[in-house]
Design a protein around this ligand. Structure first.
Ligand code: ZN
Ligand code: FE
Length: 305
C-alpha cells in the first residue's frame, strides 16, 4: 500500500524512436519549455514511454498524471497533496499543468504545485483561474512530453471549458475532456446553454472512434443507470454496467473509456437514435423537433434522476 492513490498504470504511448529527431529537438516549445538540453540517450531510452495514471482526489475526481522518464504533467489538479504524493512515489518532477475549466475541484491545487515545482501552467482564458501562464483557445496546441495536444473549446458545463486532444498519439488518440463528456454521461450545464453543450458533445462525437476518453470524475455507474432508463432494451448498456460494476468492486477506475463505446451506450451522444428520442418524448409528454431538443430534455431528466 505504498501508494493507493495511483490506482493502476496504463502504458499508452510507444516508442519515441518512431517520432524522429525533429520532434526530439522541437518538442515542448509551444509552452516555451526547452527540452533540447536533455540528452538523446534519456529521450530514447526504453523507459521513456508516456504513461497515464489516474490520481484519485476528493470523493470521485480523477487528476490525470502523464509521465515519462523526464518528468510529469497533470490535468486538473484540484488537490495538491495527492499529486505530490504521486510524484514522490514515481520520483518525477512536475513539469506542467493543464486546466480544463475553472471549478475548484479542477484547480484547487494549482497554486501549491506552482510554489513547489514551478511547472508550466496552461488553461482557458479565464482570469479567475490563478496561475495560468499560457491561455489557450481553439486552434492552439500544447506539447506535453513530446505529444501534441490540440485545444478544443467545449462550453456548456462552464463557459470557459476546453478539452485537450492528441490526434497523433499512438496507438490511439487521447482526449482529456474534464467535465464535458463523462463515461456514460455528460456534465451538468452550469453556465452555458443546452445548445452550447450539445454542440460541444457533437464536436467530441466526431473524433475518431478509437479515441481514449479521459474524463475527470468517476460517475460511470450512476450515468449508466440513467442510460439504461433511457434505453432499457440496449444490450450494450447492460454489458457495460456488468463490466464496470466488476471494475468498481475491484477498486479499479472505469475510465478511460473509448469513444466507440460512448457512441453505443452514452445517451447524450445518441440523441438522434429513435430509442433515445422516444424516451425523451415520452418523458417530456410532447413532441421534440430535433436531436438538440432531445438532448436538452434528457439532460434535464438526468438532473432529477
Ligand atoms: Zn466542473
Ligand atoms: Fe468537476
Amino acid at each position: 500500500m505504498a501508494f493507493s492513490r495511483l490506482i493502476t498504470s496504463y502504458t499508452l504511448a510507444k516508442d519515441l524512436l518512431l517520432r524522429g529527431t525533429d520532434n526530439l529537438v522541437n518538442c515542448g516549445d509551444t509552452m516555451g519549455y526547452n527540452r533540447a538540453s536533455q540528452s538523446l540517450q534519456a529521450r530514447y531510452s526504453s523507459e521513456n514511454m508516456l504513461k497515464i495514471e489516474p490520481v484519485a482526489a476528493f470523493s470521485d475526481n480523477y487528476i490525470w498524471l502523464l509521465h515519462d522518464a523526464t518528468g510529469a504533467w497533470v490535468v486538473d489538479p484540484g488537490d495538491a497533496a495527492v499529486v505530490i504524493e504521486a510524484l514522490e512515489t514515481l520520483s518525477r518532477p512536475l513539469l506542467g499543468i493543464l486546466i480544463t475549466h475553472h471549478h475548484f475541484d479542477h484547480t484547487g491545487g494549482v497554486e501549491e504545485l506552482i510554489a513547489r515545482y514551478q511547472p508550466r501552467v496552461a488553461g482557458p482564458a479565464n482570469h479567475a483561474i490563478k496561475g495560468i501562464q499560457t491561455t489557450l483557445g481553439k486552434g492552439d496546441s500544447v506539447d506535453v512530453l513530446g505529444v501534441r495536444f490540440d485545444v478544443l473549446e467545449v462550453p456548456g458545463h462552464t463557459l470557459d471549458h476546453i478539452a485537450y486532444y492528441a490526434p497523433d498519439h499512438q496507438p490511439e488518440p487521447l482526449l482529456f475532456c474534464g467535465d464535458t463528456l463523462f463515461a456514460g454521461g455528460c456534465g451538468r450545464i452550469f453556465e452555458g446553454t443546452a445548445t452550447m453543450m450539445f454542440a460541444s458533445l457533437q464536436q467530441l462525437a466526431r473524433l475518431p472512434a478509437n479515441t481514449r476518453i479521459y474524463c475527470a470524475h468517476e460517475y460511470t455507474l450512476a450515468n449508466l443507470d440513467f442510460a439504461a432508463a433511457v434505453e432499457p432494451e440496449a444490450q450494450a448498456i447492460r454489458q457495460r454496467i456488468d463490466r464496470d460494476r466488476t471494475r468498481r468492486a475491484q477498486g479499479l477506475p472505469t475510465v478511460p473509456s473509448q469513444l466507440a463505446e460512448e457512441l453505443q451506450t452514452n445517451p447524450f451522444l445518441r440523441c438522434d437514435q429513435p430509442g433515445v428520442e422516444a424516451a425523451a418524448v415520452s418523458h417530456a409528454r410532447q413532441a421534440l423537433p430535433d436531436a438538440e431538443a432531445v438532448f436538452a430534455k434528457i439532460r434535464e431528466w438526468k438532473n432529477h434522476f
